[in-house]
Design a protein around this ligand. Sequence first.
Ligand SMILES: Cc1ncc(COP(=O)(O)O)c(C=O)c1O
Length: 454
Amino acid sequence: MQTIIEPFRIKSVEPLRHTTLEQREGFLREAGYNLFGIRARNILIDLLTDSGTSAMSTEQWASLMRGDESYAGSDSFYRLRRVADDLTGFRHMLPTHQGRAAERILFTVLCKPGHVVPSNTHFDTTRANIEFTGAKAVDLPIPEAADTQLRLDFKGNMDVTALEALIAREGAAHIPLVMLTVTNNSGGGQPVSMANIEAVSRLSRGHGITFYLDACRFAENAWFIREREPGYADWAPKRIAQKMFSFADGCTFSAKKDAFANIGGFLSTNDDRLALLENNLLILTEGFPTYGGLAGRDLDAIATGLEEVLEPDYLRYRIASTGYLGRHIADHGVPIVEPPGGHAIYIDAGRMLTHIPPSQFPGQALAVELYRHAGIRSVEIGSFMFGDAAQHELLRLAIPRRVYTQSHIDYVVEAILEVNARKSAIRGLEIVEEQPFLRHFTARLRPVTAGATR
Ligand SMILES: Cc1ncc(COP(=O)(O)O)c(C=O)c1O
């Protein structure tokens, strides 16, 4: 059979609410044309993020009931530790309430002013947590990644030559760790090859530098390796993931992605001394080391999710369904970051809306129009989010795991193609009110009036 179906059936449903065009225009005005300000009940299809938005399985709901809420030494902790140990092989696993808590603890222990932390591309919380310690976060993606239209198998790779040059320039003593984000979220959800993981690991360790994975989407990355890298076609995804982790000295992990959990994460390391320091910080802000910031039931659901996510039927469907959205809009003339990534499709709004300059936020204008037209929420990743540091004007359509069916995605495709057909009528936006920090969460905007200068 050629048709790839959702590898699940639906037991419990959550109604979606349709709204009218007039209602949505009202919600947009009230929210200052910022989709973070719109109540979720007024969204029809929510593609804001794939983080914490997964549908849990019957086994995960059963895990919630099994959750052991003992303050210390709960069975749920030991269950998660067994599953995480088997997968990652790291000596220590500290649960945290989400990925950024793991990042904060790791960088507080390892980084200080004068340090530099390279990555293929740091996620924004990773960058912020590194820079909060006074260290500098540096992105070293392969140069080809800058071309959104180029179709490469492993566009999330790190530029190993650039890493070598950075180590020579800064000195290994100033680089407390090297990181790789798998898949590379800020780089379009693109995968990293096993060969690149191995090369970065060898170079880092050769200079005595610790090497970490930001492993949020390790299973999606493993599937891409299976599909695209010679030699892995017959490997189980779990074996590929185990090999990925074997090159690292530790990892940060947000269980809100590839563990299908609504909350949670962990920090792992092979270094006993580091684990001791991390445990002290963990107790200070997250909780006792056998629960981190989580309830026992969450630990249990994460353990179950970590096993489910590696099922080949699920990963085949997951990667194919993201590609389905990407191909159906790209093949009808909508420019996307090519090739489709694992968890999201990124529309190149700068290329699509050439009449809107970056100063009028083409990605945000497209996000607003997609909501106005069809009730779909997405997120801008461009000049509105990053200011002058933006490299592209993108609109991200992140796909929650196991939540939407093919007909939902067909609706999204239809809406995007309709918006694309009359794109010249879309107007840019200007900021009318903003706070200095994280403006994309809180800023209010308005459409630029016709005839305004660029
Ligand atoms: C690559 C990457 N790293 C880290 C994080 C942070 O994880 P959390 O949202 O659980 O704090 C995210 C979240 O989206 C991410 O995509």
